[in-house]
Design a binder for this molecule. Structure first.
Ligand code: 5AD
Ligand code: FES
Length: 348
């Protein structure tokens, strides 16, 4: 398998068969080599820098019913909240003071925040802080909506594809289609956003064949960012009794993704940090180069519960800022507080 890993390292590509053979035969030894090569790749592209993004979870209302997600509409036990425009600006102000130059506005699919409201928020932030990058992560909308967000000044958009298996996708997302998901991602790219796709690890019934589809889907799409994290069951969802994803599989997917897309911005996710005390460090060592500490006010943090056991729900933004920098340094990397755009992106 070393030859296959070398091919991945030098050519940034593998066939369906090679990827499947790699996943089916991976052991401690080859995993170690894979991670070494992913690390070399990131050192060539972004060096030892890890970009920081301030995450603002501004609404946990959601009209969708993703079977794994704690804020699904069907979860009547979720304690719902929306931040006001003033609260969002306050959080940005605090984040800016802490040095953040990217704000990620994430929420459920909440019709209350219609296009005009989102545009007003984006414009208000850009007016006050023209040099920050704004990332939106608010689900599926029309081409026209996305276009207007971009025109208002949003720079990036995160929309994980969740799983590239159409069958598994449609099982997990009642009333949604994988075709619409793909269309959104292509629309976002066409408009000019830095686009983030990504998938979960360890979903019920997910196989190595499915991961190969995820990896080749990413290679075909060519996103600027990729979010990969373990599925973690949430007690008030239909998947409460299922088993979640592992650190090991997540590390493997991060490392392969780093080599398939050498310039990609790849977060060590909060979910990975939640299943292992050193999960984020392990992710960074496997090729991840972004972390997204939470900036949301502590009073609402526990309420944005996509899964059980989420870390940092009791910590102030300033504590997370310090904690994560210390962790990154201890792991042998450095924090980069700049906007941290993808190396090959320019606003058009
Ligand atoms: N476990 C892990 N990740 C989850 N997400 C949603 N629910 C869960 C869960 N139970 C992820 C999805 C979504 C992102 C914001 O959080 O991939 O795109
Ligand atoms: Fe809201 Fe999944 S339940 S995006």
């Amino acid at each position: 398998m070393r030859a296959v890993i070398d091919k991945l390292y030098f050519q940034n590509n593998l066939t369906n068969e090679e990827l499947l053979a790699l996943l089916n035969s991976i052991n401690e030894d080859t995993k170690k080599y894979l991670i070494e090569k992913a690390h070399e790749t990131r050192m060539r592209t972004y060096g030892d820098m890890v970009f920081m993004r301030g995450l603002i979870e501004f609404t946990n209302y959601c009209k969708r019913n993703c079977r794994y997600c704690g804020i699904r509409a069907g979860n009547k036990l979720a304690d719902r909240y929306r931040l006001t425009d003033e609260e969002i600006m306050q959080v940005c102000c605090e984040g800016y003071e802490l040095g953040y130059r990217t704000f990620v506005l994430q929420g459920g699919e909440d019709d209350y925040f219609n296009d005009d409201k989102i545009i007003a928020i984006v414009k208000a932030i850009k007016e006050k802080y023209p040099e920050v990058a704004i990332t939106l992560s608010i689900g599926e909308r029309s081409y026209e909506s996305y276009r207007r967000f971009y025109e208002a000044g949003a720079d990036r958009y995160l929309l994980r594809h969740e799983t590239a298996s159409k069958e598994l996708y449609e099982k997990l997302h009642p009333g949604m289609s994988f075709e619409s998901r793909k269309k959104c991602l292509h629309d976002l790219k066409k408009i000019g956003f830095q686009v983030g796709a990504g998938f979960m690890i360890g979903l019920p019934g997910q196989t190595n064949e499915d991961y190969v589809m995820d990896l080749l889907f990413l290679k075909g799409l060519g996103p600027h960012m990729v979010g990969i994290g373990p599925f973690i069951p949430h007690k008030d969802t239909p998947l409460a009794g299922d088993i979640g994803g592992t650190v090991e599989t997540t590390e493997i997917m991060l490392a392969i993704t780093r080599m398939l897309l050498p310039n990609v911005l790849l977060p060590a996710t909060t979910a990975l940090g939640s299943i292992d005390h050193f999960g984020r460090e392990k992710g960074i060592k496997a090729g991840a180069n972004v972390v997204m500490p939470n900036l949301s006010p502590t009073i609402v943090r526990k309420k944005y519960a996509l899964y059980d056991g989420k870390i940092c729900t009791g910590d102030e933004a300033a504590e997370c800022r310090k904690c994560i920098e210390a962790r990154i340094n201890k792991a042998g990397f450095n924090v980069d507080m700049s906007r941290g755009d993808n190396l090959v992106w320019r606003r058009i």
